[in-house]
Design a protein around this ligand. Structure first.
Ligand code: PNS
Length: 160
């Protein structure tokens, strides 16, 4: 049976750290569904459509990766698509508390869904979508930390 895992997140925007985790996941699972959360109560820079476009253009040639968006509980969406594993990246100890809480809650909500944590490569272990946005809008260099297409999306936001 082919293994299917779900990699959820806000991806506002996707960074090379996320891509690194997806690449590593492909060494473990046959297929990955990258699931973008639609959370109307959380203010994001990019709309769900824009985040979908960014991810779809990055992975357009990879049939093992599917880009979806979801609302509601992650475990429900995972069940709906037939995934029994949630992948999350763990950068530093500071990530641990939130991830631990989320993993245990998801386990309580649906014990069939397992959580798997992957460490990013060291060159991406300090980046987050938030820090990328901050550095970009203050004029700092983010080359090599996000895909080129994402820089273009960010530039469009600066023009607005
Ligand atoms: O990239 P992020 O913002 O750290 O991703 C967080 C995400 C989307 C994985 C998390 O907020 C989530 O799973 N939301 C769905 C709602 C849910 O299932 N909540 C219960 C588990 S805490």
């Amino acid at each position: 049976m082919n293994s299917l895992a779900i990699y959820p997140g806000s991806f506002d925007p996707v960074t090379n750290g996320h891509i690194d985790i997806i690449d590593k996941s492909l060494g473990i699972f046959d297929k990955i569904v990258v699931a973008i959360i639609v959370n109307p109560s959380k203010k994001t820079l990019f709309s769900i459509k824009e985040r979908e476009m960014m991810l779809k253009s990055i992975f357009k040639d990879n049939e093992k990766i599917e880009i979806r968006s979801f609302e509601g509980l992650l475990v429900d969406f995972a069940t709906l698509i037939g995934a029994d594993t949630v992948i999350r990246g763990l950068r530093a100890v500071s990530d641990f508390e939130y991830e631990f809480q989320m993993a245990l809650m998801n386990q309580r909500l649906n014990p069939k869904i397992k959580s798997v944590y992957l460490m990013p490569s060291p060159e991406f272990s300090f980046i987050s979508s938030s820090i990328i946005k901050e550095v970009f809008f203050f004029g700092g260099d983010i080359a090599g930390l996000v895909p080129r297409g994402v820089v273009e999306f960010l530039e469009k936001k600066r023009e607005v």
